[in-house]
Design a binder for this molecule. Sequence first.
Ligand SMILES: [Cu+2]
Length: 340
Amino acid sequence: MFSRSVKVGLVGVLALSAFVGGLFSSRSVARAQDMQPQSFFVQAGGLGPGNVEVLAFAPQSLQVHRGDTVTWAINSFHNIRFADGPTDMVIMGEVNGQLVPQFNPAVAFPTIESGAVYSGGEANSGLPADPAAPKTFSLVMNMEPGTYSYVCDIHPGMVGLITVVADDQPVPAPAEAAVQGATELLGAIGAGTEALLQLEAAPPASTADGAAVQAGNGGTGRTTVNQFFPFSTTIKAGESVTWTIPADSVEPHTVSWPAVRGQDVAPILVEGGPPILTMGPSILPMTESGTTVGADGSFSSGLFNPGQSFTLTFSEPGTYNYVCNIHPGMSGTIVVEPGA
Ligand SMILES: [Cu+2]
């Protein structure tokens, strides 16, 4: 069933790539021959078949003229902040005299509106208010010629470049830049799809210490496969399961049962100011690693990061259909049989 959906997805992506290739009629143009401002598209992240996700801007590097518009298609959950490097997504802040983790306001809230003219310096799109809604963000580039970097703070390492080229110098046409972006995304999705098929075929093996489950994958650069491997694990009551995210992965996950989705943020309203965005039950740790859980219990690791593990011991027979709270479609099953 899996391989079928992978094939269909790839065919669709390849068909799209051929279509975009067909648009390849206009070539690089200098401003002198083309006084109309142009409009460029950049993909902020990309989604592939089998829960493969690319955490990169594509094209990663874009050339424009002053006055051109850049529009980012924000695929899933990203911000766009012009800056030299990322800042912390989560900071500790005071709520009622206690320090609690909260989303950094410098990341969460916009400092420039979509459609505005950008003339340099720090500027932030803020986070999408509704992560599920399709979203775009546009800026008119009004900087001096030079190269400007921007980042997504949610995904450290997700960096894009915009080079403003002097008016008398050519830049690749928007269609050409779009093909470049599609090529970069296709390559990254292809690497993720290959990793997915390999992990499906040969998931991590259990050891004497208990069952092993890998959350996500490593070794594919800016691409993440948001799946548990193996999908289904059978143990006996009293045995344990350890979930591990490879150190060279680029994405955190949760291990949670039952699912608590769409509650990443618990806003606290503040009179006369922006709300404090504390972390919500989808991503807050609820269960310590090493805990023993029964059939009537629930568990949630909270966000854990590449290189980290989370272990549970299951005392009661049953079927536990657990999920990652932050990645829709990322789920697994632990079947606990009666003990020997
Ligand atoms: Cu996940």
